[in-house]
Design a protein around this ligand. Structure first.
Ligand code: F6R
Length: 606
């Protein structure tokens, strides 16, 4: 959700900012801008992509201090004027901002009454004018920013520069991430480590309410009451190579293809063949505590929530603990009953999704025990929880989640195995799951080999205006994720239903113009699923079946047959062909696969 980059040091800032913005473009891509300080502020900003911005930044755009932004519109349409950075009326202060200022309307009205003329419709411009007023009355930019932020209601990650103080950048965070990057006599800041890894691996994450002053030779961080805070730098283990397409046409295809390795990394060092258990030291829980939980409640948003549904199923089956998943965005608003005997699990690839973070904070405030399943090390959710499981899937750049989804499902299998083996899951079943997990990467390779065949099927189905996805029990979250992938990247309307619910309403939609993708694993529900296929076909509906064996030819028009694992783990494999189907449908329809319209990676606003 918007990207921020800031630089101060001996080099020219502009190329560093542009390169950083390019790496952050997956977080926002409707407009972009940079400002550098060199005897006054020099600004360029455009509606469009970072590549469009690069075209209008002249070669002589010199200056060793600058800030940049790539935007995903919240207040005001995408336009040159609404693009960040925003400047104060006297052109002295420049600000870039992620997040939403809720009282912007009120603040704007006051400023306008004082004669300030606004150039944009954004909430951010308010900040530039307020800081410009405050800087006249205060000795330091730091103090001016602090004072301004006190009048703000809402969320922000900001970077601010002052033309009259060319030796510093001030950054601050409240609900929207800011990471400081430590270089050799140069300092960086960004909303995501992706923008920094080419220059430094030493980073410091700001906490909510913190502010940092960056100078070329170092930085200081402060709590909201201006008390200086001590921060230990963290070494990031992702490098610039993780952010390249690696020869693939799209990040999405690269990330789908990486799944045998990413999944292996999620399991690495965590499976124990002797006792058939999973070692999850990051949970920070001893066996007695682990045995004490009577329920598991999983929260996450979008695809993370669907992987939570797969997780709930795994936990109920393997550990026999009642478990369910709920969208974090709903959970946080319904005043949830927080129970001391429940283990709460928050899922987030980015670790920055605002709704999930807010739900975790609400749980913690009420004394709930929360663990995280998170990909981004050191992210806000990872810092907030009591313990957790890192995915180690590497950065996910494409907006649509793929490898993080499957790694999360694997992490749930590990958690379910762990919870199960301190309860009643037998060593034999533990071994079965451990062996099944070990087989997954090789089986994914086999599914990926079917890429071309799936591309042909995608072409065949892509021109339908709408598609139905159905699955039963373990297959239902798979169907939901399949529909989600298709709609978000191909813009083809897709509905997901439990196969058992079809005849309670949605069967009315079925006909030749609405094909169904049916998830039909070889499990105890096979016959029931085949009956559903018969019902669809009887209404003239086309069926693309994804399962473990060819059905009777009358039941499906097309079939994707994938390798069989243990029934509990099959959902992980069943997801892969649906990712490929969505990807190839999006390519066939000429969509912007990695940056689908209206969406952004990391939704750091409500
Ligand atoms: C779908 C997708 C989103 C995210 C959701 C949560 O492909 O990417 O639905 O899963 O926005 O994001 P994280 O996992 O970063 O909290």
């Amino acid at each position: 959700m918007c990207g921020i980059v800031a630089y101060i040091g001996p080099k020219d800032a502009a190329p560093i900012l542009l390169e950083g913005l390019q790496r952050l473009e997956y977080r926002g891509y409707d407009s972009a801008g940079v400002v550098v300080s060199n005897k006054g502020l020099k600004l360029r900003k455009v509606k469009g992509r970072v590549a469009d911005l690069a075209k209008v930044v002249p070669a002589r755009f010199k200056g060793g201090l600058g800030i940049g932004h790539t935007r995903w519109a919240t207040h005001g349409v995408p336009s040159d004027e609404n693009a960040h950075p925003h400047l104060s009326a006297d052109q002295r202060i420049a600000v870039v901002h992620n997040g939403i200022i809720e009282n912007a309307g009120e603040l704007r009205a006051k400023l306008e009454a004082d004669g300030v003329e606004f150039l944009s419709e954004t909430d951010t411009e308010v900040l530039a004018h307020l800081i410009a007023h405050a800087v006249d009355e205060n000795d330091s930019l730091e103090e001016a920013v602090r004072k301004t932020l006190k009048s703000i209601v809402g969320t922000y990650g900001i970077a601010v520069i002052d033309a009259e103080r060319p030796g510093e950048v001030v950054v601050a965070r409240n609900g929207s991430p800011i990471v400081v990057g430590i270089g050799e006599k140069e300092m960086f800041a960004a909303s995501d480590v992706a923008a920094l890894v080419r220059y430094t691996r030493q980073v410091v994450h700001l906490e909510d309410g913190e502010l940092a002053v960056l100078k070329a030779d170092g930085f200081h961080t402060f709590a909201s009451d201006a008390r200086e805070t001590a921060k230990e730098p963290l070494t990031v283990d992702w490098d610039a190579g993780h952010y390249d397409t690696g020869g693939y046409e799209h990040y999405l295809l690269k990330e789908i293809s990486e799944q045998p390795e990413t999944m292996t990394r999620t399991m690495s060092g965590r499976l124990d063949e002797r006792f058939h258990v999973a070692h999850l030291g990051g949970l920070n829980m001893d066996a007695r505590e682990t045995r004490g939980f009577r329920r598991v409640k999983i929260i996450g948003c979008g695809s993370a929530y669907y992987s939570g549904q797969i997780g709930a199923q795994l936990i109920e089956e393997l550990a026999r603990i009642p478990a369910d998943a709920e969208p974090a965005s709903e959970f946080r608003y319904r005043n949830p009953v927080v129970d001391p005997d429940t283990l709460y699990v928050a899922i987030s690839q980015s670790g920055e999704t605002y709704d999930t973070l807010a739900a975790v904070q609400e749980l913690k405030r009420k004394g709930g025990r929360v663990i995280g399943i998170v990909n981004a090390v050191g992210s806000a959710i990872a810092r907030e929880v009591d313990g957790g499981i890192y995915l180690h899937a590497g950065p996910e750049v494409s907006v649509a989640s793929t490898k993080a989804f499957t790694s999360t499902s694997v992490a749930f299998a590990l958690l379910a195995l762990h919870l199960g083996r301190v309860r009643d899951l037998s060593p034999a079943d533990g071994r079965r799951i451990v062996e099944g997990l070990r087989r997954l990467p090789g089986q994914i390779e086999q599914i990926l080999e079917q890429g071309e065949a799936i591309a042909e099927l995608a072409k065949k189905y892509a021109d339908h205006p709408s598609m139905m996805f159905v699955g039963r029990v373990r297959g239902y979250p798979v169907a939901r994720e399949g529909a989600q992938k298709l709609k978000e990247i191909s813009y083809v309307h897709a509905e997901a239903y439990p196969a058992s619910e079809l005849k309670h309403g949605p069967l009315a939609l079925i006909g030749p113009e609405m094909p169904t993708v049916a998830i039909v694993p070889d499990d105890e529900l096979l016959d029931k699923n085949l009956t559903t296929l018969g019902e669809i076909r009887a209404r003239g509906g086309r069926v693309l079946m994804v399962g473990h064996r060819e059905p009777d030819a009358k039941l499906a028009d097309d079939v994707i047959v994938i390798p069989k694992n243990e029934i509990e783990l099959d959902p992980i494999l069943l997801t892969i062909p649906l990712q490929l189907l969505a990807y190839h449908a999006a390519v066939a329809l000429g969509r912007d696969v990695d940056k689908p319209r209206n969406l952004a990676k990391s939704v750091t606003v409500e």
